[in-house]
Design a protein around this ligand. Structure first.
Ligand SMILES: O=C(O)c1ccccc1N[C@@H]1O[C@H](COP(=O)(O)O)[C@@H](O)[C@H]1O
Length: 221
């Protein structure tokens, strides 16, 4: 696991944000989607973003949000990235990018190889692609469900933009997920929670220590 970039998503409290920053998270995600158990209101999001500014990239996760909603987040929270995790068209991403001048990450839901084609045309406008599993039947959120897809689908991927791997990653499977997918960037939420939507500072610390320590060992060898 050399030089792996880690995003911890769905941080909603000061103690879990602090744990992620202290342990070296490269990106921290704030969820703006009321159906999610990790949703943060604008006032809490501002405090959390202020803690992270200059220490990790701040990612505002939205699902099919209109331009007014994006503008409010942009002005008040000041994220480095917008993560689009719904069925937004490439044109909406392009409009948001021009209007807000922020980097764009587009989530693509994957269950088989044909789903990867979407990544090619979204990568024309997006700065990063995030591959996540499709939500299980009955889920009311399009991500953050703790489910994985077949990581080996990504192994021969020829994408001109960086990509992140997400979906059901945790301490036990992260090394195998990186090995099979070839991902250099990973994103997780459920895997560092003690119950659905409740992040655990100790789990965040141990997950990041595992990924970062393995990197340090690899450099020494
Ligand atoms: O985390 C959420 O609640 C969420 C809600 C709506 C869209 C996306 C969401 N999370 C994203 O999904 C990935 C995978 O989550 P998990 O690790 O499988 O729980 C997560 O990293 C977020 O980017």
């Amino acid at each position: 696991m050399s030089d792996i970039k880690v995003k911890i998503c769905g941080l909603s409290t000061e103690d879990t944000m602090q744990a992620a920053l202290d342990a070296g998270a490269d990106m921290v995600g704030l969820v703006f989607f009321p159906k999610s158990p990790r949703h943060v209101n604008l006032s809490d999001a501002c405090k959390l973003a202020d803690m992270a500014r200059g220490k990790a990239d701040i990612v505002a996760l939205t699902v099919n949000m209109d331009l007014d909603g994006l503008s409010r987040i942009n002005e008040l929270v000041g994220p480095d990235y917008f993560q689009f995790h719904g069925s937004e068209a490439p044109e909406s991403l392009a409009a948001a990018k021009v209007m807000h001048g922020k980097k764009i990450m587009k989530a693509i839901s994957v269950s088989d190889k044909s789903d990867l084609e979407q990544a090619l045309y979204y990568s024309i406008v997006a700065d990063r692609i995030l591959f996540d599993a499709k939500p299980p039947a009955g889920s009311d959120i399009p991500g953050g469900n703790g489910v994985s897809f077949d990581w080996a689908l990504l192994e021969d991927l020829d994408l001109k933009k960086p990509f992140m791997l997400s979906g059901g990653l945790n301490m036990d499977n992260v090394a195998e997920a990186i090995r099979l997918s070839g991902a250099k960037e990973i994103d997780l939420s459920s895997g560092v929670e003690r119950e659905r939507g409740v992040k655990d500072p100790a789990l965040i610390r141990s997950f990041l220590a595992k990924v970062k320590n393995t990197q340090a060992e690899a450099v020494k060898e």
